[in-house]
Design a protein around this ligand. Structure first.
Ligand code: NHR
Ligand code: GAR
Length: 230
């Protein structure tokens, strides 16, 4: 939570393209999110997202997992780099490394991720191909607080898209990605405005349960509030 006049300081973790990062940077620049990204950290030295950060004048660091003997050592180095900037929120934007329990506990309540499925459906990787293989009629994306349990932390916001007859994993991914670029900045804005609270595994927005979350069984309804606009 940030006080009223200090913008929230963010660290973003990426591994690749960085389109979600770009959407967040844009909304911060437009002052639609009362926050600023202090540093972007990538585990992948070749991540195209690093250039997006540099072009926006944001500091970047590469902490390459291949240079560490174990996951624990990697996570410690990552934690040290993050804590040097004392962020109010750590945003995983296509970060592809599983994080240790100690890491996740250290950032409890201030570490969030966007996952390309309607959680709790399709945890893990390759969600678009798996949605097609399962014959799902709907697919989507979820923003959640990160806990030890992979892709199972409290949900903040979800958006659904239809699966179309001729979809390929790529065409479906593109439809989902558009929604990601809408809901991730919105979730970060809510956090930065102090509107989110975690109660057990339930997230409250302005003190109210998020009734639209917890798709699961039927996934009938998409939660699609107004965008921050573009
Ligand atoms: N860590 C914890 N503890 N909890 C979560 O909920 C996490 C997490 C780390 C990453 C993102 C997640 C996703 O949104 C995420 C959530 C990577 C993998 C994975 O298997 C799985 C899930 C997610 C991200 N990574 C492989 C690994 O061995 C590496 C794959 C690769 O490098 O391409 O770490 O989907
Ligand atoms: C996004 O679709 C994001 O949801 C997904 O990777 C893509 C990153 O794109 N994340 C994961 O699969 C996490 N395991 P981007 O780099 O263009 O934001």
């Amino acid at each position: 939570m940030s006080s009223s006049n200090t913008p929230l300081s963010l660290v973003a973790l990426i591994s690749g393209r960085g389109s979600n990062l770009g959407a967040i940077v844009h909304q911060c620049q437009q002052h639609r999110i009362p926050a600023q990204i202090s540093t972007v950290i990538s585990n992948n030295p070749d991540a195209p997202g690093l250039r997006i950060a540099q072009q926006a004048g944001i500091a970047t660091r590469v902490i390459d997992h291949r240079e560490y003997a174990s996951r624990d050592e990697y996570d410690l180095a990552l934690m040290k780099a993050i804590d040097e900037t004392a962020p109010g929120l750590v945003v995983m934007a296509g970060f592809m490394r599983i994080l240790s329990a100690d890491f996740v506990r250290h950032y409890a309540g201030r570490l969030i991720n966007i996952h390309p499925s309607l959680l709790p459906d399709l945890r893990g990787l390759n969600t678009h191909a798996r949605a097609l293989a399962a014959g799902n009629k709907q697919h989507g994306a979820s923003v959640h607080f990160v806990t030890e349990d992979l892709d199972a932390g409290p949900l903040i916001i979800q958006a659904a898209v239809p699966v179309l007859k001729d979809d390929t994993p790529e065409s479906l991914a593109q439809r989902v990605l558009k929604q990601e670029h809408r809901i991730y900045p919105l979730a970060i804005a809510w956090f930065a405005q102090g509107k989110l609270q975690i109660h057990g595994d339930q997230v409250l927005l302005d003190g109210k349960q998020q009734p639209e979350q917890g798709f699961g069984a039927a996934q009938k309804k998409a939660y699609s509030p107004q965008p921050l606009s573009s």
